[in-house]
Write a protein that binds this ligand. Structure first.
Ligand code: MP5
Length: 216
C-alpha cells in the first residue's frame, strides 16, 4: 500500500467525523448562518496567512526536486488571500479578528512541525491539510444546490483541478517513503493523525465559535 493511502486508511475514522460536517452540509444546501460564514472566513484567512510561514520553513529544508512545487504552493496560498480579502470586503468580515484557540493551535502546530521534524513529515502534514480541505469541499460540490452562494469557495478547493494538485502532493509523498527510517515513519504517522484531528477541531470551531471560554 502506498504511504499516502495507508495514512488515509489509518485515519478513516477521523475523516468520517467531518465528512460531512454540519458546516459543509450547510454550505452545500445554502443554509450556513452568516455569522458562521464570517467567523470561518476570518479564521481561515488567519490559518492560510500563518500557513505561509510553515511553507517557507519547509521550502528551506526541501530536496531540490521539491523546491519548485513548494514555491508554487506558496504562490497559490498567497493568491488565495486575495479571494479572502475581496469576500471580506463584500461581506463585511473583520479579517483582523483575533485568532480563536484552535486556529492559533493549528498554526503553531504547523510551524513546530516545519521547524522540528524531518522534511518528509512536513510534506505529509501538507498533504493532510490539503487533502482534508479537498474532501470537505468536494463533498459540498457534489451535494450543492444550484445557485449556491458559496460556489467560489466550493470550486476553490472542491474542483478537479485542486484534486489533481492534491494527487501531486500524494505521489511526491509516496516517492519520499522508501527513504524513511522506522522512527521517522512512526513520527510521520503521529503528525498526520494530529493533522486529521486538527481539521475536525477547525470545523467545530468554525461552526460553534470559541469552544471554551473562561467563565466570568
Ligand atoms: C486548508 C485551509 C487548505 N484553508 N484551512 C484549513 C483549516 N485546512 C486546510 O489550505 P489552503 O492554503 O487554503 O489550500
Amino acid at each position: 500500500v502506498k504511504l499516502s493511502e495507508q495514512l488515509l486508511q489509518d485515519n478513516a475514522d477521523v475523516w468520517r467525523t467531518w465528512l460531512p460536517h454540519p458546516f459543509t452540509q450547510s454550505v452545500a444546501d445554502g443554509s450556513l448562518p452568516r455569522e458562521v460564514f464570517l467567523r470561518w472566513l476570518a479564521q481561515d484567512f488567519r490559518f492560510v496567512s500563518e500557513g505561509l510561514r510553515f511553507l517557507a520553513v519547509l521550502l528551506g529544508k526541501a530536496p531540490a526536486e521539491l523546491v519548485d512545487p513548494l514555491a508554487g504552493t506558496i504562490h497559490a496560498w498567497n493568491s488565495e488571500l486575495t479571494l479572502f480579502r475581496a469576500e471580506a470586503q463584500r461581506a463585511g468580515a473583520d479579517l483582523a479578528a483575533r485568532p480563536l484557540f484552535v486556529t492559533q493551535a493549528y498554526a503553531d502546530f504547523l510551524l513546530a512541525v516545519a521547524h522540528r521534524e524531518a522534511f518528509a513529515i512536513g510534506w505529509a502534514v501538507l498533504f493532510g491539510v490539503e487533502r482534508s480541505y479537498h474532501d470537505a469541499w468536494r463533498w459540498a460540490r457534489e451535494h450543492a444546490v444550484s445557485d449556491n452562494p458559496y460556489r467560489a469557495w466550493i470550486d476553490n478547493w472542491g474542483s478537479d483541478g485542486f484534486g489533481a494538485f492534491v494527487e501531486g502532493l500524494a505521489s511526491r509523498l509516496d516517492a519520499l517513503a522508501p527513504g524513511l527510517d522506522d522512527a521517522t515513519r512512526s513520527r510521520l504517522d503521529e503528525r498526520f493523525a494530529e493533522t486529521a484531528r486538527f481539521e475536525v477541531h477547525f470545523w467545530e470551531m468554525a461552526w460553534r465559535g470559541e469552544l471554551f471560554a473562561v467563565p466570568k
